[in-house]
Design a binder for this molecule. Structure first.
Ligand code: AGP
Length: 608
């Protein structure tokens, strides 16, 4: 998605803006721009392409002197990626300049009305409409103009705004797109996400819908669309500043894969106190937990895939029926929800538009909601009735790895808690589960450190055209995530199939040399999946298998085999996904692609 930054203070603004934008690159973009007030004019430089282009055009910001400015990385929604459609956008006299993340859904209606009043447009963007609306309503008071626009613009927006007549202020406005304010020692900042400000401050405030922030060099005021002045709390961000750097790894994705042992351990231990499970923010009594009639898990992408795994975990360990839904489907299918059910929304960013809408849909129906979220203070974290945080830290690579692994741990722990409270898990069983869970970090580390075999295999398949991932039960859920990882960073078409389903059509696609990756971690389904391997082998497939240590008989059927350490059947996803993440990574590296910022993708899809 787009990213916005803003700065007002003692420093030269341009270098601060460019640095902040580099920390937002992970959100995915196709153009970038900055605007700085130099004491007389608001100077704007923007262009299609990577941030490097902007740095070269501005000599790393030197050609844009001034102490107040805004910046933007654009992920095109309205209007193709080009210089004119890049942000900042502005009114005709360039006295009002804005950057925007989100979508103005009624922009055509507003644009028509402005054109009827004589306004001329130079871009195809919805954002330019906001600039001209501010111009139309501005009579000397920026807040009055901003509020009038907020009352009329529909959709999602996080805005950064500079008024040339008021160069000692920087305005920020939020509705449905993430926006934070940073309070620094030598100036104040706005941004779409925390990493953009961490270099300058750890004191961050999360702007809520309908709120306006008015920043000056040494003060920050807040008010609402309804003209109320409000006080806001600042949060101290504890992340390690280096978390937003590669730390010596070639890519953020590789760094974040190697952070998984620590992330899994930290997330796991955050649920435990003196060996007992505590979930402090799940505001549910034991009686309420016992009354849960059904769990709906709703998410997108990899977060959804954790839900497909979690269905087996909640049903197996806590004996609670589970329905897993894509958020983009759930929000529009008029779901029939049990009144005693709970809707679990899983989201790394906490800002995914479809997942936010699904949360609102569940709340509108009076159903209890629980968020499993990584981004502290994000919309879903704030708006769900309860929230469980994954301790993955900032995840920069678009392809999720450590956050996905942390989400799995959160599911396991909630299932354990529910199972204990509902009398489905004895103390003895709990101790056995916990013993296996506490082994996962070192087992993941071992798989990461023994990556040569999968790395060697991946270099052989960089030219693959079609890949199939198959598995049964949790192994099918693992296949879904493995397939997405390969697709999103190597651009190779792949599909995940329930292994038993292949013969109902798709097996017609298997021919000589087709790569089929089989996942066999569920011992009770092992022989069934072996028979599916034989089916595809007889049609010419080359089979890579991921299975449990000890299953060496697989070498009679499968061509290339990766073994994972023994663990409880409910937790195998946490291990089997590691070689499959590495497979996707090394194939992408082998193809020379931008692993961390794959084409067309955004880290947080904050639009429908
Ligand atoms: C996974 O690698 C992708 N980045 C994507 O599928 C992601 O999981 C999905 O967009 C959901 O994002 P969220 O967890 O931030 O809601």
């Amino acid at each position: 998605m787009c990213g916005i930054v803003g700065y007002i203070g003692l420093r030269q603004a341009a270098p601060v803006l460019l640095d902040g934008l580099t920390k937002l690159e992970y959100r995915g973009y196709d153009s970038a721009g900055i605007a700085v007030y130099d004491g007389k004019e608001i100077n704007i430089v923007k262009s299609k392409g990577r941030l490097q282009v902007l740095c070269e055009l501005t000599h790393d910001g030197e050609t844009l002197p001034g102490h107040v400015g805004i910046g933007h990385t654009r992920w095109a929604t309205h209007g193709e990626p080009n210089d004119v459609n890049s942000h900042p956008q502005f009114n005709e006299s360039r006295s009002i300049v804005i950057v925007h993340n989100g979508i103005i859904e009624n922009y055509m209606h507003l644009k028509t009305r402005l054109m009827d009043k004589g306004y001329k447009f130079i871009s195809e963007t919805d954002t330019e409409v906001i600039a001209h609306m501010l111009d139309y309503y501005y009579k000397g008071d920026p807040l009055e103009a901003i509020r009038k626009v907020m009352h009329r613009a529909e959709g999602a927006y996080a805005l950064g705004i500079i008024f040339k007549d008021h160069p000692d202020k920087l305005y920020a406005v939020r509705k449905d797109s993430p926006l934070i304010v940073g309070k620094g020692s030598d100036g104040n900042l706005i941004a779409s996400d925390v990493p953009a400000v961490l270099k300058y401050t750890r004191d961050v405030c999360f702007i809520l819908n309908g709120e306006i922030a008015i920043l000056s060099r040494d003060d920050i005021e807040f008010c609402t669309i309804d003209e109320d002045r409000i006080d806001k709390e600042f949060t101290k961000i504890e992340w390690d500043v280096n978390a937003a750097d590669k730390g010596g790894y070639e890519h953020f994705m590789l760094k974040e894969m190697f952070e998984q042992p620590v992330v899994v351990r930290d997330t796991l231990e955050s649920f435990l106190e003196d060996g007992k499970i505590v979930i402090p923010d799940v505001k549910m009594s034991d009686d309420e937990i016992k009354k849960i009639s059904k769990i709906y898990i709703v998410a997108c992408g990899s977060a959804y895939h954790t839900g497909v795994t979690a269905k087996y975990v909640y049903e197996g360990m806590a004996r609670i029926p589970v329905e897993v839904d894509l958020a983009s489907e759930f929000r529009y299918r008029d779901p029939i929800l049990d009144k005693d059910s709970i809707v679990i929304i899983v989201s790394q960013s906490g800002e995914t538009a479809d997942s936010k809408a699904a949360l609102e849909e569940a709340k509108r129906r009076g159903i209890r909601t629980l968020g499993i979220v990584n981004a502290i203070g994000s919309s879903i974290a704030r708006d769900a009735d309860s929230v469980v945080y994954t301790l993955a830290g900032p995840e920069i690579a678009v392809a999720t790895t450590k956050a996905y692994s942390a989400q799995l741990i959160a599911h396991y722990m909630i299932a354990l808690k529910f199972g204990m409270v509902r009398g489905q898990i004895s103390d003895k069983d709990f101790d056995l589960y916990l013993k296996d869970l506490r082994k996962l970090p070192e087992q993941i580390e071992m798989l990461l450190n023994n990556r040569e075999k999968i790395q060697h295999f991946a270099t052989r398949y960089a030219a693959a055209k079609d890949v199939f991932f198959i598995g049964r039960g949790i192994d099918y859920a693992i296949s879904l995530e493995a397939s997405l990882k390969l697709k999103e960073i190597s651009y190779i078409h792949s599909e995940a199939y329930a292994a038993g389903e292949l013969k109902h059509g798709t097996i017609s696609l298997i021919e000589d040399g087709t790569l089929v990756a089989a996942v066999l971690t569920q011992e009770d389904l092992y022989k069934k999946t072996i028979s599916n391997i034989v089916e595809v082998k007889t049609r010419g497939a080359f089979v890579l298998s991921v299975t449990n240590e000890g299953n060496t008989d697989i070498e009679k059927s499968s061509d290339y085999n990766i073994y994972i350490p023994q663990t409880n059947k409910y937790f195998t996803n946490s291990l089997a996904i590691i070689p499959l993440q590495l497979f996707a990574y090394y194939v992408s590296v082998g193809k020379g692609y931008d692993v961390d910022k794959p084409r067309n993708l955004a880290k947080s899809v904050t639009v429908e």
